[in-house]
Design a binder for this molecule. Structure first.
Ligand code: NDP
Length: 490
């Protein structure tokens, strides 16, 4: 029999009764075991993520099927057949921790590759684009997706008002309101790195790339009615689906592709390759298949792993780098910042976050919870193998840099200014392209979904939105207008 203990390991004699002065008497302050239990209970939560609070996750394997040695020195992308352990966290975006999995909302699709040269994270969504191209509007935009500060209710007026004044969102709004806006669950949707990233090879040549993860389970979606029914019955249906599929050995898979653009071509390409509201059309940059990602191991501890996993697009490895995408640049700051706030300065020491295939060697010391030993590392991650030396350079054979993995220089130019990214921007063509490739059934679902929500907004907001939809495609705008008018007459 395992003996119950306190957190200092002392065996507990009685966990059913508190220590009281007499049978009917009050509890004694010296019942430290009770106090510890209550105090720890009060601290069971960490701040939930402001976005992507509700999540599911699992471990798995990425198998490389095409060597990328022509494009990158990244160690895990060299040898065909090479396998890399991964952790994938799925999420909804706007809801709180206890909210339904069956909502119309983008889904987070965030992969951590535990490579031999450190962890590489691709932190994207189930959509290839985003609502914004400049991060200055991100907090404002998220406020419109969250609860009204006075009523604490979701607010369609705020949401449509913001979009009507920011037509850069039209492409993502079209995806969100389409049939793919409510994936059936996490297994039946694609993932995208969304941002443009850099790869660079040993010749010092740079390539811009976009990541695509295409579901092998097939795309399956829910209608608004189906989603409402599921929400009423089981608000965790996607979590349940993922855990059960993996538990019974039905491992979900995604084929992994890259779009690859040589650095030079970015200068003249018709689409700004660093604009997160745009895709690169496949006919210009076809998908190159590079591997397969499989999820095959459920977590042992939801809180320790899914809640505390700290994914960040700043987790980059030699041969892989950021791009000038403004939204990416902001996320390089804000993701680690969020994790420091949620978890603490040493968040990367937790077993789910620390490298599994290499070990950390640096001169960072101290901070809350310093000293955690990563079970995957032979000598622990903090302090490093040389706990006695906390400065560099030193003459004590401490860890030193490796100049060979320095990224090639990136040419940048221009005067520092607040450039208006809305001026001359084409916010409509790609949203229109998406509308035009949809089947009649998809178009009909799309316009119905939009009209149902937009009709709840005020007249000026509706007027501005209809003008935007018409600019995407006149048929798109016209059909929404007819439906909105019908709904308003009711
Ligand atoms: P293609 O015909 O070559 O590709 C169309 C893409 O659209 C496919 O990847 C398809 O995904 C995806 N798609 C189909 N229906 C929907 C939907 N309801 N919501 C989101 N994606 C959908 O055309 P282009 O490359 O020229 O792109 C045309 C439009 O397709 C774009 O404006 C963009 O909105 C959308 N798209 C483009 C992507 C890209 O990287 N070029 C990626 C995803 C979407 P699947 O094959 O999985 O069915």
């Amino acid at each position: 029999m395992t003996i119950l203990t306190t957190s200092n390991g002392a065996p507990i004699a009685d966990d059913q009764n508190s220590l009281t002065a007499g049978e009917r008497g009050p509890i004694l302050l010296q019942d430290w075991q009770l106090l510890e239990k209550l105090a720890h209970f009060n601290r069971e939560r960490i701040p939930e993520r402001v976005v992507h609070a509700k999540g599911s996750g699992a471990y798995g394997t990425f198998t490389l099927t095409k060597s990328l040695s022509d494009y990158t020195i990244a160690d895990y992308l060299q040898k065909e057949g090479d396998e890399t352990e991964v952790f994938l966290r799925f999420s909804t975006v706007g809801g709180e921790m206890g909210s339904s999995d069956a909502v119309r909302d983008p889904r987070g699709f965030a992969v951590k590759f535990y490579t031999r040269e450190g962890n590489h994270d691709v932190v994207g969504n189930n959509t290839p684009v985003f609502f914004l191209r400049d991060p200055s509007k991100f907090p404002d935009f998220i406020h419109t997706q969250k609860r009204h500060p006075v009523t604490n209710l979701k607010d369609p007026e705020a949401m449509w008002d913001f979009w009507s004044l920011n037509p850069q969102a039209m492409h993502q709004v079209t995806i969100l309101m389409s049939d793919r806006g409510i994936p059936k669950d996490y297994r039946h949707m694609n993932g995208y790195g969304s941002h443009t990233f850099a790869l660079w090879n040993k010749q010092g040549e740079r390539f811009w790339v976009k990541w695509h993860f295409k579901t092998e389970q097939g795309i399956q979606c829910l209608s608004g009615e189906e989603a409402a029914k599921i929400t009423g019955e089981n608000s965790d249906h996607a979590q349940e689906d993922l855990v059960q599929a993996i538990a019974k050995g039905d491992f979900p898979k995604w084929r992994v592709y890259l779009q690859i653009m040589p650095e030079k071509q970015a200068e003249n390409y018709k689409v700004n390759p660093f604009d997160l509201t745009k895709v690169w059309p496949h006919q210009d940059y076809p998908l190159v298949e590079i591997g397969v990602l499989e999820l095959n191991r459920n977590v042992d501890n939801y809180f320790a792993e899914v809640e505390q996993v700290a994914l960040s697009p700043s987790n980059l490895v030699p041969g892989i780098d950021a791009s000038p995408d403004k939204m990416l640049q902001a996320r390089l700051f804000s993701y680690p910042d969020a994790h420091r706030y949620r978890i603490g300065a040493n968040y990367n020491d937790l077993p789910v976050n620390c490298p599994h295939a290499t070990r950390v060697e640096n001169y960072q010391r101290g901070g809350a919870m310093a000293g955690t030993r990563c079970p995957y590392s032979s000598q622990g991650t903090v302090p490093s193998g040389r706990a006695d030396i906390n400065y560099g350079p030193n003459s004590k054979n401490g860890p030193a840099e490796n100049a060979a993995i320095k990224a090639p220089p990136l040419k940048i130019s221009g005067d520092a200014d607040y450039y208006d990214h809305r001026e001359g921007a084409d916010d409509y063509s790609q949203a229109g392209n998406l509308y035009r490739i949809m089947s009649e059934e998809q178009k009909s679902q799309l316009v119905n979904n939009i009209a149902g929500s937009l009709s709840l907004a005020s007249e000026p907001v509706i007027g501005r939105m209809l003008a935007h939809f018409r600019k995407c495609d006149s048929d798109y705008g016209q059909r929404i207008e007819i439906l909105v008018n019908q709904l308003k007459e009711k």
